[in-house]
Structures are given as structure tokens and as C-alpha cells.
Design a protein around this ligand. Sequence first.
Ligand code: HEC
Ligand code: HEC
Length: 358
Amino acid sequence: MVGKSNTIGFIVLLFISIYGCQRDNSADYVFAPTPYQFPERKNGYPIYEPNTDNPLTEEGIALGRYLFYDPILSGDSTQRCADCHKQENAFADPKRFSIGISGAQGRRNGMALFNLMWHPEFFWDGRASTLREQVVVPIEDPKEMNSSMSEVLKKLNRSTFYRRLFYNAFGKHIITQDLYAKAMEQFLFTLISFNSEYDKFFRGEPTSFSEAAFRGLTLFNKEPQLGGADCFHCHGNIHLGSFKMVNNGLDETHNSDLGYAETTGKDYDQGKFKVVSLRNIALTAPYMHDGRFATLEEVIDFYAQGVHANSPNIDPQMDQIPKGLNLTTQQKSDLIEFLKSFTDSEFVNNPNFSNPFD
Ligand code: HEC
Ligand code: HEC
């Protein structure tokens, strides 16, 4: 029975693919893109500023979304961007280090992806200055998708499915690196997250913001000399992360990963990493560039007791607390309640960002 239904399935598939090929040259090749409407921008939130040479369209975004979820971008066609960047984790990687297709293990934790339009630099060490440059790196990284752009472009140009989608989005019959990067950039730019309980509280809308979260907010924004936890100096803007390159005192020495110094070649940049956003932080464990902390409790304990104040190039803000923040157990849990209010459930459940092949 099983064999028989498989055979029927095969014949049906064969029919679909022949039929699909015949249709390929026909009216499906239409170039009439629909401009994308960003969600309404609320007061106090940053202005949408996508690149003017890559206007967002429904067709471009839909294409980028297919690419993000398609293993065609990897060397042996088994790994997708989405394998390391999972929607339910705000597009971060829940594994400490991910395994690339060659079996090699990376040394950094996969980063959360949202609000990327406003980032000045990408990666923990800022080595890509535009998203369009960034989206080529994972494809060619031997520890990630282990392919080359020329291989991927060959595969895409052989696919009638992608030739049609690229034509619909850009009006071009040949798929190039530039068009690949523009499509991926368009999809990534639509990953916008500004609707957590914290945001609703900030905007004066009805919210379930708790008393404990409110106490945590006060601690977050208070100087350490006044008994606060002093998070706001680096995580205090609307993004809850300055995106600057900073050493927050995780280590005394930086042999295995020099951080920003690997980008700039300057000794004084050793141990500096991107101050990432704390939005959706309860969903993006493990934490820090090397995923060394499994829980938010461990992160708070680090800021409270574990900072290496004698780490070279430590940020001046951090060496003000050489003996730690002296937080009580109650204060630690209030701070964590506040961090949890940064979760944007609408974002992680948004059907526009899920796997389009499902
Ligand atoms: C094997 C796991 C893996 C795969 C596959 C992967 N990434 Fe990543 N991604 C990472 C890691 C790890 C980092 C941080 C790397 C670093 O800083 O050196 C990262 C960082 C990023 C960043 C930077 C975010 C920021 O805030 O700076 C973007 C954007 C990104 N990835 C997009 C993609 C896209 C698009 C793809 C598919 C083409 C992809 N990734 C495939 C693991 C992965
Ligand atoms: C001097 C700037 C600075 C201050 C002050 C600061 N942070 Fe950070 N924070 C950073 C940097 C830099 C990173 C990334 C470090 C790394 O991965 O090497 C980071 C990372 C984090 C992360 C992990 C993010 C992730 O996605 O892995 C959390 C959580 C965090 N900080 C919470 C806090 C809290 C809570 C406070 C206040 C108690 C605070 N930070 C104070 C600079 C700072």
C-alpha cells in the first residue's frame, strides 16, 4: 500500500513539475511591484529610514522571506538562515554555539534579529557596516553555510521558482549578488519589534506592567552611587541597546576572542563587543557574545558581582562598580521582571515572518 501511494505521489509531483516548467515562460513574469507600507509609527519611536536605493516592496520582501527559510543558500543545501535564527526566540539561536554544515562549531552565539534598520554595524564585533554586506557572510563562512556566492547564484539561476520571484521583485532575468542581498535586506528590514508591555507602558496604553517591573525600571535607570543598577548608560535608549562597541568587563584577558579589535586591528578595542538590544531578552538565551550565561539570573549576578573591573579597556561606566552593585535578592528579581516586560509576543507570533514553505 505504502509503495503504491508513493508511486502515485511521485507521478503527481512529476506532473506538477512538468506543468510548472511549462508555465514558466508565461504571464507569471510580471514586474509591477507593490510598495510596502510600514506599520504605523507611534510617538517617540524612530523614523523608518530604509535605503533609498532599495525601496521595500511586497514582492521583494516575500522573496527575501523565502530565501531566509531556504537551505538552497548553503553548500550542501541543508542549512537555512532560520536554523540559527528562530522566530520563537526573536530570531536568536537558543543553542550556545551553532554547528555549521561542515560540522564545525562557531565561537559566538547567533544574534537576535529585529529593528535592524537602525543598527550602525553588524555582528558582535561590528565587522559588517551594512546589512547588504552582512547577508553574504553567513553563506561563505566555512563554520556556517560553507558555500560561495557564485555557487548560490548558480543554484538560484537554475531555479524557475526563484527566477520568477526575482523578476517579480526587480524586473531582472539574471539573479546577481546585489539582487540577492537587496531581497534579503528587504525582508530583514520588516522585522520590527516595538510592541512589548514595556512599550505599551511607555506610550501610556493599557498594559499588564507589574509593580515589580516598575521597581525594576527605577533600578535600571538609576546611578550605582544612588543604589541603582545603572543599566541605562548602555541599554537606555529606545532600542534598549546603544549598538556601540564596549567592554562590559566579562573577562580579564581576551585571548580566544578579541572582539572589536579583530575588526579595527587596534589593541584598545580588545574585549569590546556590540551593546545589543535588550528587547525580547527573555526569549534570546543564552546570553553574551559567547552565550556563557544560560539565564537572566546569571546575567544579573554577573553585573552584581562578577565584573572584572581590571579588564583592560573596560568601559568607564563599569569600573565605577569595582565591588559590584550590591543588589538584594528582591532587587535582582525586580530587575528581571522589568527585563521580561521587553517581550513582544506579537512579533514572535507574527505570521508574516514565519516559514513561507509551511
Ligand atoms: C550556523 C548558524 C548561522 C546561520 C546558518 C546564519 N547565522 Fe546569522 N548569525 C550567527 C551568528 C553566530 C552570528 C554572530 C556572529 C559574529 O558576531 O561573528 C550571526 C549574526 C547575524 C546578523 C547580525 C545581527 C546584528 O545585530 O549585528 C545578521 C543580520 C544575521 N546573522 C543574518 C543571517 C542571515 C540573513 C543568514 C542566512 C543567509 C544567517 N544569518 C545565517 C549564526 C548563523
Ligand atoms: C558599560 C555598558 C553596559 C552597561 C552599564 C550594561 N551593559 Fe549589558 N551589555 C553591554 C555589552 C557590551 C554587552 C555585550 C557583551 C558581550 O557579549 O561581550 C551587554 C550584554 C547584555 C546582555 C546579554 C544580551 C544578549 O543578547 O546576549 C544582557 C541581558 C544585559 N547586557 C543586561 C544588562 C543589565 C540588566 C544591565 C544593568 C545591570 C546592563 N546590561 C548594564 C554593555 C553594558
